[in-house]
Ligand binder design. Sequence first.
Ligand code: PLP
Length: 414
Amino acid sequence: MIRGKLDVKPFERKLYLSSPTMHGDELRYMTEAFETNWMSTVGKNIDEAEAAAAQLVGVRYAVALGCGTAALHLAVKLAGERLYGRAETGRGVLEGRKAFCSDMTFDATVNPVAYEGGEAVFIDTERETWNMDPNALERAFAQYPDVRLVVAAHLYGTPAKVDELRAVCDAHDALLVEDAAESFGATYRGRQTGSFGDYSVISFNGNKIITGSAGGMFLTDSATDADKVRKWSTQSRENAPWYQHAEMGYNYRMSNVVAGVVRGQLPYLDEHIAQKRAIYLRYRDGLQGLPVMMNPYDAENSVPNFWLSCLLIDDDAMCAMTRTDTAYSYTPEAGKSCPHEILDAIQSINAEGRPIWKPMHLQPIYRGHAFVAAADGADVGADIFRRGLCLPSDNKMTAEQQARIIETIRRCFD
Ligand SMILES: *Cc1c(COP(=O)(O)O)cnc(C)c1O
Protein backbone atom coordinates (compact mmCIF):
# COMPACT_ATOMS: atom_id res chain seq x y z
CA MET A 1 0.00 0.00 0.00
CA ILE A 2 1.38 3.35 -1.01
CA ARG A 3 0.22 5.84 1.56
CA GLY A 4 1.40 8.87 -0.40
CA LYS A 5 -0.93 7.93 -3.24
CA LEU A 6 -4.10 8.67 -1.28
CA ASP A 7 -6.19 11.29 -3.06
CA VAL A 8 -3.24 13.19 -4.55
CA LYS A 9 -4.12 13.63 -8.21
CA PRO A 10 -1.60 12.02 -10.60
CA PHE A 11 0.04 14.20 -13.27
CA GLU A 12 -1.33 13.75 -16.75
CA ARG A 13 2.10 14.23 -18.28
CA LYS A 14 5.04 12.66 -16.52
CA LEU A 15 7.03 15.02 -14.34
CA TYR A 16 10.72 14.25 -14.81
CA LEU A 17 13.67 14.41 -12.47
CA SER A 18 15.41 16.89 -14.77
CA SER A 19 14.56 17.15 -18.45
CA PRO A 20 15.78 19.49 -21.21
CA THR A 21 14.30 23.01 -21.16
CA MET A 22 14.48 24.52 -24.65
CA HIS A 23 13.93 28.13 -25.61
CA GLY A 24 13.95 28.40 -29.40
CA ASP A 25 17.42 29.80 -30.07
CA GLU A 26 18.69 26.23 -30.06
CA LEU A 27 16.64 25.42 -33.17
CA ARG A 28 17.80 28.59 -34.91
CA TYR A 29 21.47 27.63 -34.47
CA MET A 30 20.84 24.00 -35.47
CA THR A 31 19.08 25.25 -38.58
CA GLU A 32 21.97 27.58 -39.31
CA ALA A 33 24.33 24.59 -39.21
CA PHE A 34 22.05 22.76 -41.64
CA GLU A 35 21.59 25.66 -44.04
CA THR A 36 25.28 26.50 -44.19
CA ASN A 37 26.07 22.76 -44.46
CA TRP A 38 28.42 22.73 -41.47
CA MET A 39 26.98 19.32 -40.54
CA SER A 40 30.25 18.18 -39.08
CA THR A 41 32.58 18.55 -36.13
CA VAL A 42 33.72 21.98 -37.27
CA GLY A 43 31.70 25.17 -37.56
CA LYS A 44 30.60 28.41 -36.06
CA ASN A 45 28.37 26.87 -33.37
CA ILE A 46 31.35 25.02 -31.91
CA ASP A 47 33.52 28.15 -31.90
CA GLU A 48 30.79 30.29 -30.36
CA ALA A 49 29.77 27.70 -27.76
CA GLU A 50 33.39 27.22 -26.70
CA ALA A 51 33.97 30.95 -26.38
CA ALA A 52 30.75 31.46 -24.41
CA ALA A 53 31.38 28.55 -22.04
CA ALA A 54 34.98 29.63 -21.38
CA GLN A 55 33.77 33.11 -20.59
CA LEU A 56 31.00 31.89 -18.26
CA VAL A 57 33.39 29.70 -16.27
CA GLY A 58 36.22 32.21 -16.38
CA VAL A 59 38.85 30.06 -18.05
CA ARG A 60 40.84 30.84 -21.19
CA TYR A 61 39.93 27.78 -23.22
CA ALA A 62 37.02 25.38 -23.60
CA VAL A 63 37.23 22.41 -25.95
CA ALA A 64 33.86 21.03 -27.07
CA LEU A 65 33.62 17.23 -26.98
CA GLY A 66 30.99 14.58 -27.60
CA CYS A 67 30.21 14.14 -23.91
CA GLY A 68 31.46 14.93 -20.43
CA THR A 69 32.84 11.41 -20.10
CA ALA A 70 35.10 11.99 -23.11
CA ALA A 71 36.28 15.25 -21.54
CA LEU A 72 37.03 13.40 -18.29
CA HIS A 73 38.92 10.71 -20.16
CA LEU A 74 41.18 13.23 -21.86
CA ALA A 75 41.59 15.21 -18.63
CA VAL A 76 42.72 12.06 -16.80
CA LYS A 77 44.99 11.11 -19.68
CA LEU A 78 46.60 14.57 -19.74
CA ALA A 79 47.17 14.40 -15.99
CA GLY A 80 48.63 10.90 -16.34
CA GLU A 81 51.03 11.94 -19.10
CA ARG A 82 52.19 14.94 -17.10
CA LEU A 83 52.81 12.76 -14.05
CA TYR A 84 54.17 9.59 -15.58
CA GLY A 85 55.04 10.29 -19.22
CA ARG A 86 53.45 8.98 -22.37
CA ALA A 87 52.39 5.32 -22.40
CA GLU A 88 53.33 2.82 -25.10
CA THR A 89 50.65 2.19 -27.70
CA GLY A 90 48.06 -0.17 -26.29
CA ARG A 91 48.87 0.67 -22.69
CA GLY A 92 47.10 3.03 -20.33
CA VAL A 93 48.95 6.00 -18.94
CA LEU A 94 47.94 5.05 -15.37
CA GLU A 95 48.92 1.38 -15.51
CA GLY A 96 50.15 0.22 -12.14
CA ARG A 97 49.08 3.52 -10.54
CA LYS A 98 46.34 4.41 -8.12
CA ALA A 99 44.23 7.57 -8.21
CA PHE A 100 41.99 9.00 -5.48
CA CYS A 101 38.39 9.45 -6.65
CA SER A 102 35.08 10.75 -5.35
CA ASP A 103 33.05 7.85 -4.01
CA MET A 104 29.49 9.14 -4.03
CA THR A 105 29.21 10.22 -7.66
CA PHE A 106 28.14 9.04 -11.10
CA ASP A 107 30.43 6.34 -12.49
CA ALA A 108 31.50 8.59 -15.37
CA THR A 109 33.67 10.49 -12.86
CA VAL A 110 35.81 7.49 -12.06
CA ASN A 111 35.68 5.17 -15.10
CA PRO A 112 38.31 7.17 -17.04
CA VAL A 113 40.90 6.14 -14.45
CA ALA A 114 40.17 2.53 -15.44
CA TYR A 115 40.15 3.39 -19.17
CA GLU A 116 43.78 4.40 -18.63
CA GLY A 117 44.63 1.24 -16.73
CA GLY A 118 44.68 2.88 -13.30
CA GLU A 119 43.09 1.76 -10.07
CA ALA A 120 40.61 4.07 -8.37
CA VAL A 121 40.81 4.34 -4.59
CA PHE A 122 37.54 5.75 -3.32
CA ILE A 123 37.50 8.62 -0.85
CA ASP A 124 34.52 8.95 1.48
CA THR A 125 32.02 11.79 1.49
CA GLU A 126 31.61 14.61 4.04
CA ARG A 127 28.21 15.57 5.42
CA GLU A 128 28.34 19.32 4.82
CA THR A 129 28.27 19.26 0.99
CA TRP A 130 28.06 15.53 0.16
CA ASN A 131 31.36 15.70 -1.71
CA MET A 132 34.87 14.28 -1.26
CA ASP A 133 35.93 14.60 2.36
CA PRO A 134 39.26 16.50 2.65
CA ASN A 135 40.05 14.67 5.90
CA ALA A 136 39.53 11.30 4.27
CA LEU A 137 41.71 12.49 1.38
CA GLU A 138 44.45 13.43 3.83
CA ARG A 139 44.22 9.99 5.41
CA ALA A 140 44.39 8.40 1.97
CA PHE A 141 47.70 10.15 1.23
CA ALA A 142 49.04 8.86 4.53
CA GLN A 143 48.08 5.36 3.45
CA TYR A 144 49.18 5.63 -0.20
CA PRO A 145 51.91 8.30 -0.32
CA ASP A 146 52.80 7.57 -3.97
CA VAL A 147 49.45 8.67 -5.37
CA ARG A 148 49.58 11.91 -7.38
CA LEU A 149 46.16 12.17 -8.98
CA VAL A 150 42.79 13.17 -7.46
CA VAL A 151 39.48 13.14 -9.37
CA ALA A 152 36.72 15.00 -7.51
CA ALA A 153 33.13 15.89 -8.44
CA HIS A 154 30.64 18.53 -7.27
CA LEU A 155 27.56 16.39 -6.63
CA TYR A 156 24.06 17.60 -7.56
CA GLY A 157 25.41 21.08 -8.30
CA THR A 158 26.79 21.71 -4.81
CA PRO A 159 30.40 22.87 -4.74
CA ALA A 160 32.80 20.64 -2.83
CA LYS A 161 35.18 22.06 -0.21
CA VAL A 162 37.49 22.97 -3.05
CA ASP A 163 40.06 25.04 -1.17
CA GLU A 164 40.59 22.28 1.38
CA LEU A 165 40.80 19.59 -1.28
CA ARG A 166 43.25 21.74 -3.23
CA ALA A 167 45.39 22.32 -0.14
CA VAL A 168 45.65 18.57 0.47
CA CYS A 169 46.51 18.00 -3.21
CA ASP A 170 49.19 20.70 -3.11
CA ALA A 171 50.69 19.35 0.10
CA HIS A 172 51.16 16.00 -1.64
CA ASP A 173 52.16 17.35 -5.03
CA ALA A 174 49.08 15.84 -6.65
CA LEU A 175 47.06 17.01 -9.66
CA LEU A 176 43.33 17.65 -9.40
CA VAL A 177 40.84 16.69 -12.11
CA GLU A 178 37.63 18.58 -11.38
CA ASP A 179 34.35 17.04 -12.51
CA ALA A 180 31.93 19.96 -12.70
CA ALA A 181 29.50 18.03 -14.92
CA GLU A 182 26.59 18.62 -12.52
CA SER A 183 27.63 21.99 -11.16
CA PHE A 184 27.93 24.28 -14.21
CA GLY A 185 27.23 27.81 -12.98
CA ALA A 186 27.79 27.04 -9.28
CA THR A 187 30.41 29.14 -7.49
CA TYR A 188 32.78 28.62 -4.58
CA ARG A 189 34.14 31.75 -2.91
CA GLY A 190 32.97 33.75 -5.90
CA ARG A 191 34.72 31.56 -8.46
CA GLN A 192 33.00 29.24 -10.92
CA THR A 193 33.29 25.49 -10.49
CA GLY A 194 35.08 24.18 -13.55
CA SER A 195 37.95 26.61 -12.93
CA PHE A 196 39.54 24.89 -9.92
CA GLY A 197 41.07 21.77 -11.39
CA ASP A 198 44.40 21.37 -13.09
CA TYR A 199 41.99 19.93 -15.64
CA SER A 200 38.25 20.58 -15.44
CA VAL A 201 35.17 19.26 -17.15
CA ILE A 202 31.50 20.17 -17.68
CA SER A 203 28.70 18.15 -19.30
CA PHE A 204 25.75 18.99 -21.55
CA ASN A 205 24.00 15.63 -21.17
CA GLY A 206 20.23 15.77 -21.61
CA ASN A 207 19.52 15.88 -17.87
CA LYS A 208 22.06 18.59 -16.96
CA ILE A 209 21.21 22.21 -16.16
CA ILE A 210 22.25 23.28 -19.67
CA THR A 211 22.08 20.66 -22.39
CA GLY A 212 23.09 20.10 -25.98
CA SER A 213 21.12 16.82 -26.02
CA ALA A 214 24.62 15.50 -25.38
CA GLY A 215 28.07 17.03 -25.18
CA GLY A 216 30.74 18.13 -22.78
CA MET A 217 33.72 20.45 -22.54
CA PHE A 218 37.28 20.31 -21.34
CA LEU A 219 38.23 23.57 -19.57
CA THR A 220 41.71 24.98 -19.05
CA ASP A 221 43.86 28.11 -18.94
CA SER A 222 46.63 26.35 -20.81
CA ALA A 223 46.81 26.79 -24.59
CA THR A 224 49.05 23.73 -24.83
CA ASP A 225 46.55 21.52 -23.01
CA ALA A 226 43.64 22.85 -25.05
CA ASP A 227 45.55 22.14 -28.28
CA LYS A 228 46.45 18.67 -27.10
CA VAL A 229 42.83 17.81 -26.26
CA ARG A 230 41.69 19.20 -29.60
CA LYS A 231 44.24 17.03 -31.36
CA TRP A 232 43.52 13.85 -29.39
CA SER A 233 39.78 14.31 -29.82
CA THR A 234 40.11 14.46 -33.62
CA GLN A 235 42.09 11.21 -33.98
CA SER A 236 45.50 12.76 -33.28
CA ARG A 237 46.25 13.75 -36.83
CA GLU A 238 49.71 15.20 -37.28
CA ASN A 239 50.39 18.19 -39.47
CA ALA A 240 51.22 16.30 -42.67
CA PRO A 241 49.85 15.90 -46.22
CA TRP A 242 48.37 12.47 -45.34
CA TYR A 243 46.87 10.82 -42.28
CA GLN A 244 49.91 10.80 -40.06
CA HIS A 245 49.67 9.51 -36.47
CA ALA A 246 52.34 9.77 -33.80
CA GLU A 247 50.07 9.20 -30.79
CA MET A 248 46.79 7.52 -29.87
CA GLY A 249 43.68 9.26 -31.14
CA TYR A 250 39.97 9.43 -30.33
CA ASN A 251 36.86 10.56 -32.14
CA TYR A 252 35.58 12.72 -29.29
CA ARG A 253 34.79 16.07 -30.90
CA MET A 254 31.37 17.71 -30.52
CA SER A 255 29.10 17.93 -33.56
CA ASN A 256 28.35 21.43 -34.86
CA VAL A 257 24.63 20.55 -34.68
CA VAL A 258 24.87 19.64 -30.99
CA ALA A 259 26.96 22.78 -30.46
CA GLY A 260 24.05 24.76 -31.91
CA VAL A 261 21.87 23.50 -29.07
CA VAL A 262 24.55 24.31 -26.49
CA ARG A 263 25.07 27.76 -28.01
CA GLY A 264 21.35 28.45 -27.82
CA GLN A 265 21.12 27.23 -24.21
CA LEU A 266 24.10 29.00 -22.67
CA PRO A 267 22.46 32.42 -22.33
CA TYR A 268 19.78 30.77 -20.14
CA LEU A 269 22.13 29.41 -17.50
CA ASP A 270 21.20 32.06 -14.90
CA GLU A 271 17.51 31.61 -15.60
CA HIS A 272 17.79 27.84 -15.15
CA ILE A 273 19.70 28.27 -11.89
CA ALA A 274 17.02 30.67 -10.59
CA GLN A 275 14.33 28.09 -11.41
CA LYS A 276 16.27 25.26 -9.74
CA ARG A 277 16.89 27.42 -6.69
CA ALA A 278 13.19 28.25 -6.39
CA ILE A 279 12.41 24.52 -6.54
CA TYR A 280 14.94 23.78 -3.79
CA LEU A 281 13.52 26.54 -1.56
CA ARG A 282 9.93 25.42 -2.09
CA TYR A 283 10.86 21.88 -1.05
CA ARG A 284 12.75 23.18 1.96
CA ASP A 285 9.80 25.28 3.11
CA GLY A 286 7.15 22.77 2.14
CA LEU A 287 8.79 19.87 3.96
CA GLN A 288 9.34 21.74 7.20
CA GLY A 289 8.26 19.83 10.27
CA LEU A 290 9.05 16.46 8.69
CA PRO A 291 12.03 14.46 10.01
CA VAL A 292 14.07 15.25 6.88
CA MET A 293 16.67 17.70 5.63
CA MET A 294 17.52 18.96 2.16
CA ASN A 295 20.90 18.26 0.53
CA PRO A 296 23.19 20.66 2.41
CA TYR A 297 25.63 23.26 1.11
CA ASP A 298 28.10 25.73 2.53
CA ALA A 299 25.99 28.89 2.37
CA GLU A 300 28.89 31.04 3.57
CA ASN A 301 31.34 30.04 0.87
CA SER A 302 29.36 28.67 -2.03
CA VAL A 303 26.39 29.19 -4.30
CA PRO A 304 25.13 25.89 -5.76
CA ASN A 305 23.32 25.72 -9.09
CA PHE A 306 20.67 23.58 -7.28
CA TRP A 307 20.63 21.10 -10.17
CA LEU A 308 18.86 18.43 -8.12
CA SER A 309 16.91 18.83 -4.91
CA CYS A 310 17.50 15.91 -2.55
CA LEU A 311 16.17 14.71 0.78
CA LEU A 312 17.83 12.97 3.68
CA ILE A 313 15.56 11.21 6.15
CA ASP A 314 16.49 11.31 9.86
CA ASP A 315 17.85 7.98 11.00
CA ASP A 316 15.19 7.54 13.68
CA ALA A 317 12.43 8.28 11.15
CA MET A 318 13.49 5.46 8.81
CA CYS A 319 11.15 2.51 8.46
CA ALA A 320 12.74 -0.88 7.80
CA MET A 321 14.21 -1.02 4.26
CA THR A 322 16.51 -3.57 2.64
CA ARG A 323 18.34 -3.57 -0.66
CA THR A 324 20.06 -6.31 -2.63
CA ASP A 325 22.21 -5.51 -5.68
CA THR A 326 19.14 -5.00 -7.85
CA ALA A 327 15.98 -4.96 -5.72
CA TYR A 328 14.51 -3.39 -2.59
CA SER A 329 11.79 -3.92 -0.03
CA TYR A 330 10.49 -2.00 2.95
CA THR A 331 7.91 -2.19 5.69
CA PRO A 332 5.68 0.89 6.03
CA GLU A 333 5.43 2.20 9.57
CA ALA A 334 3.38 5.00 11.12
CA GLY A 335 5.33 8.24 11.47
CA LYS A 336 8.27 6.85 9.51
CA SER A 337 9.26 6.37 5.89
CA CYS A 338 12.24 5.49 3.67
CA PRO A 339 13.58 6.48 0.25
CA HIS A 340 11.84 3.70 -1.64
CA GLU A 341 8.47 4.34 -0.05
CA ILE A 342 8.72 7.99 -1.08
CA LEU A 343 10.02 7.10 -4.55
CA ASP A 344 7.13 4.64 -5.04
CA ALA A 345 4.66 7.28 -3.88
CA ILE A 346 6.13 9.87 -6.24
CA GLN A 347 6.04 7.36 -9.09
CA SER A 348 2.41 6.54 -8.33
CA ILE A 349 1.44 10.10 -9.22
CA ASN A 350 3.45 9.93 -12.45
CA ALA A 351 6.56 11.80 -11.33
CA GLU A 352 10.20 10.76 -11.31
CA GLY A 353 12.57 10.71 -8.35
CA ARG A 354 15.75 8.67 -7.99
CA PRO A 355 17.84 7.12 -5.25
CA ILE A 356 21.05 8.91 -4.30
CA TRP A 357 23.89 7.94 -6.68
CA LYS A 358 25.08 4.62 -5.27
CA PRO A 359 28.63 5.03 -3.94
CA MET A 360 31.36 3.56 -6.11
CA HIS A 361 32.84 1.37 -3.36
CA LEU A 362 29.46 -0.44 -3.22
CA GLN A 363 29.36 -1.05 -6.98
CA PRO A 364 30.07 -4.60 -8.18
CA ILE A 365 32.39 -3.26 -10.89
CA TYR A 366 34.65 -1.70 -8.23
CA ARG A 367 34.35 -4.31 -5.51
CA GLY A 368 37.79 -5.02 -4.18
CA HIS A 369 38.98 -1.44 -4.67
CA ALA A 370 40.16 0.34 -1.56
CA PHE A 371 37.88 2.79 0.22
CA VAL A 372 39.20 5.42 2.62
CA ALA A 373 36.88 6.89 5.25
CA ALA A 374 37.46 9.99 7.37
CA ALA A 375 37.60 7.75 10.45
CA ASP A 376 37.99 4.01 10.83
CA GLY A 377 34.76 2.18 10.18
CA ALA A 378 32.84 5.27 9.03
CA ASP A 379 30.97 5.14 5.74
CA VAL A 380 29.16 8.41 5.14
CA GLY A 381 28.42 7.58 1.50
CA ALA A 382 26.60 4.35 2.39
CA ASP A 383 24.60 6.21 5.02
CA ILE A 384 23.49 8.99 2.64
CA PHE A 385 22.69 6.37 -0.01
CA ARG A 386 20.55 4.49 2.53
CA ARG A 387 18.60 7.50 3.81
CA GLY A 388 18.61 9.87 0.82
CA LEU A 389 16.78 10.39 -2.46
CA CYS A 390 16.62 12.85 -5.36
CA LEU A 391 13.31 14.66 -5.88
CA PRO A 392 11.66 15.77 -9.12
CA SER A 393 13.66 18.91 -9.98
CA ASP A 394 12.55 19.80 -13.47
CA ASN A 395 12.84 23.50 -14.42
CA LYS A 396 9.37 23.42 -15.89
CA MET A 397 7.65 22.09 -12.76
CA THR A 398 5.06 24.61 -11.55
CA ALA A 399 4.57 25.57 -7.90
CA GLU A 400 1.18 23.84 -8.01
CA GLN A 401 2.72 20.61 -9.32
CA GLN A 402 5.45 20.79 -6.73
CA ALA A 403 2.85 21.25 -3.99
CA ARG A 404 1.39 17.89 -5.03
CA ILE A 405 4.82 16.26 -4.77
CA ILE A 406 5.31 17.80 -1.33
CA GLU A 407 1.88 16.62 -0.20
CA THR A 408 2.71 13.11 -1.45
CA ILE A 409 5.94 13.08 0.56
CA ARG A 410 4.08 14.30 3.67
CA ARG A 411 1.61 11.41 3.39
CA CYS A 412 4.51 8.96 3.52
CA PHE A 413 5.22 10.06 7.10
CA ASP A 414 1.57 9.82 8.27
C1 PLP B 1 26.67 13.51 -16.26
C2 PLP B 1 27.90 13.31 -15.51
C3 PLP B 1 29.11 12.99 -16.14
C4 PLP B 1 29.23 12.58 -17.57
O1 PLP B 1 28.78 13.43 -18.50
P1 PLP B 1 28.24 12.88 -19.90
O2 PLP B 1 28.14 14.12 -20.71
O3 PLP B 1 26.93 12.23 -19.64
O4 PLP B 1 29.24 11.93 -20.46
C5 PLP B 1 30.26 12.93 -15.38
N1 PLP B 1 30.22 13.13 -14.07
C6 PLP B 1 29.08 13.40 -13.41
C7 PLP B 1 29.15 13.64 -11.94
C8 PLP B 1 27.89 13.49 -14.11
O5 PLP B 1 26.76 13.72 -13.45
